[in-house]
Design a protein around this ligand. Structure first.
Ligand code: THU
Length: 131
């Protein structure tokens, strides 16, 4: 299993998902060799739940990283039959903050993976350049 998948599983192990009982983990491999991990964090007020992907990207941003230049790879993992795929809201944020050609490893806890890019996940995207 790729190291980044193991790190995303470490993120998954921190999930707070008592409502859906669907844990998701994510990991960012930074170009400095470090990993930043995260999980989905739910709330009794369902609308303020945050997905693992955004949780992890926002952590990296708030630690001072520039996500456009400092990320080498991303991984998302869940305990699913097939590799998990990010929701539309997370795709929009990934599209804004990460390089379009960044490789994203979609994974499950069995170690099955599918590698895609950010632009594969959100073709015909609405970008900040269009504002
Ligand atoms: N979830 C994620 O963390 N990432 C996704 O891309 C899809 C959904 C979370 C949100 C919620 O806590 C749970 O999975 C069920 O939707």
């Amino acid at each position: 299993m790729q190291e980044i998948v193991k790190k995303a599983i470490e993120g998954l192990n921190k999930t707070y998902s008592p409502y859906s009982k669907f844990g998701v983990g994510a990991a960012l491999l930074m170009k400095d060799g470090s990993y930043i991990t995260g999980a989905n964090i739910e709330n009794a007020a369902y609308g303020v739940c945050i997905c693992a992907e955004r949780s992890t990207m926002f952590t990296a941003h708030n630690l001072g990283y520039n996500l456009k230049t400092d990320v080498a790879k991303m991984c998302i993992v869940a305990n699913t039959e097939k590799p998990v795929s990010p929701c539309g809201s997370c795709r929009q944020v990934m599209n804004e903050l990460l390089p379009k050609d960044l490789v994203v490893v979609l994974a499950n806890t069995k170690g099955d993976i599918k590698e895609v890019t950010v632009s594969d996940l959100l073709p015909y995207s609405f970008d900040e350049i269009e504002l």
